[in-house]
Ligand binder design. Structure first.
Ligand code: PEP
Ligand code: MN
Length: 371
């Protein structure tokens, strides 16, 4: 972090001493004072070095002697683009390629409730040529009396059916490290019939111990969901925990922000941040139109708000769509009101692919502009 003092503040002044004292209140933060000669003036700058990630910028901005505070962009050391000097990262998992240029639709059950529903879902995916899905076994619920997911008991049939229907990757939320062992064990027992992408839900976005745990293992890629009530910067820092622990197979997922200004949607759709995340990080970016919109609202043009939100994310370059479907939403034990129907899957895929093509044509316009 660099604190730029106002033009008349000398390096040996009381104001500078005050800033240094404040900085030293934070553990493992060191300071250096530099006098910078600009074209028209010289400026005193105080560099905060060391563990500055959690030092609040606002604390220093509040001093009248401070002109501005600049957070240096190397804090997302592992996931960051560093002013676009780094290329985006790519990885392959179970035969599926992920990068800032790839595009996959993960359509499926918010939560596994019955074996029959899993079978109906996977069979519909196969009919549409999809090999990527979602299926929640461990559900973090707001209310402790709500359905919490079937847990490890459903894993054997989920993986077996996935193998049968050619599913290559299942996004599956984990809320505790022990569940990763359960998944690994069931996958092994199934003869590695499919693959699993570990999902970190928005409610665990700052569960740093869980993030470190999924970061220490490299068997499974991780889908990290942005925290619903924290800044993008805080979410990126949290995501950095995964990468700094060793695992670089990460996808960053936008899923809407908690604010009533988004009403009547469940969360405020934040998909205009797709290019922002692609610029700041090297990671592929996913969108979740189901949990952000949260309802089957229909626009006067006949498309659902979920379709329009999907299009907004895909037209902006999203690399993955995580979307809820259910064969019988009225019987779903979790998030039924936002689930699309299986007979709507084909049109969803057609629409999303159409928008993806349009995105590619759009980027060609801008690339050509520089030729
Ligand atoms: C989910 O995808 O099932 C989920 C709970 O999403 P989020 O963590 O974004 O609320
Ligand atoms: Mn859900």
């Amino acid at each position: 972090m660099i604190i730029v003092m106002k033009a008349d503040i000398r390096p040996d002044s009381e104001e500078v001493k005050q800033i240094i004292q404040t900085a030293h209140q934070y553990p493992q933060v060191n300071t250096q004072v530099h006098v910078i000669q600009g074209t028209t003036r010289s400026l005193t700058e105080i560099y905060l070095l060391g563990s500055t990630a959690t030092v609040p910028q606002e604390r220093f901005e509040a001093f009248p002697s401070v002109e501005r505070v600049v957070r240096i962009r190397n804090k997302y050391k592992a996931i960051g683009r560093h002013e676009e000097t780094m290329e985006s990262t790519a990885f392959d998992y179970n035969g599926v390629h992920f990068s800032q240029n790839s595009f996959h639709i993960f359509a499926g059950l918010c939560a596994v409730d019955t074996k029959e529903h899993v079978q109906e879902m996977f069979s519909a995916l196969k009919a549409c040529g999809l090999t990527t899905t979602r299926a929640g076994a461990y559900k973090p619920r707001t209310n402790p009396y709500d359905f919490q997911g079937l847990g490890k008991e459903c894993l054997p049939y989920v993986f077996e059916l996935a193998g049968k229907y050619g599913i290559k990757v299942i996004a599956m939320e984990v809320t505790h490290e022990t569940q990763i062992d359960e998944i690994a064990h069931a996958l092994k027992t199934s003869g590695f019939a499919t693959g699993v992408m570990l999902q970190i839900g928005t409610r665990n976005a700052q569960n740093f111990e869980l993030l470190k745990f999924v970061g220490k293992q490299t068997d499974f890629p991780v889908l990290f969901k942005r925290g619903m009530g924290i800044t993008l910067e805080e979410s990126l820092n949290a995501c950095e925990y995964i990468a700094s622990s060793g695992n670089r197979k990460i996808i960053f997922c936008l899923r809407g922000m908690k604010t009533n200004l988004g009403d009547p949607h469940r969360y405020f759709v934040d998909f205009s941040h797709v290019p922002v995340v692609k610029r700041h990080t090297r990671l592929p970016v996913a969108i979740d139109p189901s949990h952000s919109v949260g309802k089957r609202l229909e626009a006067p043009d006949g498309a659902l708000d979920i379709h329009h939100a999907t299009a907004q994310g895909v037209i902006a370059g999203a690399n993955m769509v995580l979307v809820d479907f259910h064969p019988h939403p009225e019987k779903a034990l979790c998030d039924g009101p936002q689930a699309l129907l299986l007979n709507e899957l084909e049109q969803f895929v057609e629409d999303a692919n159409l928008v993806r093509e349009c995105y590619q044509k759009r980027t060609a316009i801008f690339k050509n502009a520089y030729l």
